[in-house]
Design a protein around this ligand. Structure first.
Ligand code: SF4
Length: 138
């Protein structure tokens, strides 16, 4: 007998032009590979935009969290245009603007402090995922 394991899609923007985009990608990987590896999957946003049918079908039928680098919210806009409403959305620049986490400067590679920032964003994503599952279980 197969057992259904519900999954949440964590979709990072592909931001290459600013450090917040790098953080969104690294934080998403930390969630997928470490913090919530059991119950998350991701979607390749460029493939999704290029018409990937499996990606679009997944986002239609499973809850998704968009993790965007900045207020342009490319990931959230793309998902909602082609598949359906995201359940939650995170904007890294908004988290950094709160000032509790220092903004890294290099956009290409994250140094030790940059990885720490990504980990804090990843923990925020993980908390949001837990809330989705709590609601799912109600
Ligand atoms: S949301 Fe911002 S950082 Fe991400 S791809 Fe769009 S413009 Fe780039």
């Amino acid at each position: 007998m197969s057992v259904f394991h519900p999954k949440v899609g964590v979709v990072s923007c592909s931001g290459e032009s600013c450090v917040e985009g790098t953080i969104s990608r690294v934080a998403t990987r930390l969630v997928l590979e470490d913090l919530r590896s059991e119950n998350t999957v991701t979607i390749c946003l460029p493939l999704f935009l290029a018409g990937g049918e499996d990606e679009r079908m997944f986002a239609m039928h499973f809850p998704t969290i968009a993790v965007d680098g900045c207020e342009k919210r490319c990931g959230k806009i793309a998902i909602e245009k082609y598949s359906g409403k995201t359940v939650d959305a995170i904007v890294v620049s908004e988290i950094l603007e709160k000032g509790e986490i220092p903004r890294p400067t290099s956009r290409r590679t994250l140094d030790e402090k940059g990885i720490e920032v990504a980990l804090r964003v990843a923990r925020e994503i993980a908390e949001r995922i837990d809330k989705i599952f709590e609601k799912w279980g109600e």
